[in-house]
Design a protein around this ligand. Structure first.
Ligand code: ADP
Ligand code: MG
Length: 223
């Protein structure tokens, strides 16, 4: 597996494209049960990451995740800015104790990544005082983390891991539609929050699927 930080510029580009392509649809979701700023919040962060992408590509994963987290925290704003910031800063912190993830040339190892991502998602749960079933981005992040952990335990091959992640992310996003929002702005609507997909769950799913397709392409590309 050759998932090195040199891939970050193409990963960031893929995220930029998928959010741009789906901007109207996501804004409509956020207008229905939020305040409609989620896409512009995210786009501010993506723009800042794009400006840093050359620099990020030179770092090891520990330093890159730390920098991405700090950028998300300062550039994104809104609830999602501090939550995504927390995700990446916590991933960096968890990875620091695992030499297997450090080193510019060293590719990611599935088992280490599953643990690191799981720690990041746990930190988001704590930061947002939220859990699965509350109609937020966590309804995508938690099942994806669980699926990665299980895949690492079962020794699933990478192409299959990537396919599973996309499937799990889409199912998680769709599951938010009928949920009652109990966290974030959507919770103010109480019962009226039902019937709409959560905007943050939708963008998490879109970004995860975009990342997965770049990584899958990279796996099959001749080296
Ligand atoms: P804001 O709600 O401050 O305007 P955004 O619009 O950028 O921020 O992000 C809203 C998204 O953040 C929601 O759709 C939801 O997925 C996520 N979110 C909000 N509050 C929480 C929370 N406490 N825990 C996890 N995710 C949350
Ligand atoms: Mg908002």
């Amino acid at each position: 597996m050759q998932f090195v930080p040199a891939l970050l510029p193409s990963l960031i580009k893929a995220i930029d494209n998928v959010i741009e392509t789906n901007a109207e649809e996501v804004t409509a979701l956020d207008q229905a049960i939020g305040d409609g700023d989620h896409v512009t919040n995210l786009q501010r962060g993506i723009k800042a990451l794009t400006a840093q992408s050359g620099e990020l590509a030179q770092l090891d994963w520990v330093a890159a995740w730390q920098k991405i987290g700090m950028t998300m925290m300062t550039a994104v704003g809104g609830a999602s800015g501090s939550l995504y910031g927390t995700l990446f800063v916590a991933m960096s912190k968890a990875a620091r104790s695992r030499p297997v993830v450090s080193g510019v040339e060293r590719p990611l190892d599935l088992q280490a990544f599953a643990e690191v991502f799981g720690s990041g998602v746990d930190a988001v749960k704590q930061r947002g005082k939220a859990d699965a079933g509350e109609k937020t981005m966590l309804d995508v992040l938690i099942p994806v983390a669980a699926s990665l952990r299980q895949a690492a335990l079962d020794g699933v091959a990478l192409p299959e891991v990537l396919r599973n992640i996309s499937r799990v992310a889409i199912a998680g996003m769709e599951s938010t539609k009928d949920m009652l929002a109990t966290k974030g702005r959507a919770s103010f609507l109480e019962e009226r929050s039902r019937g709409h997909i959560d905007a943050g769950a939708k963008t998490s799913q879109l970004m995860i699927c975009a990342l997965v397709s770049v990584l899958a392409e990279h796996l099959t590309a001749p080296s």
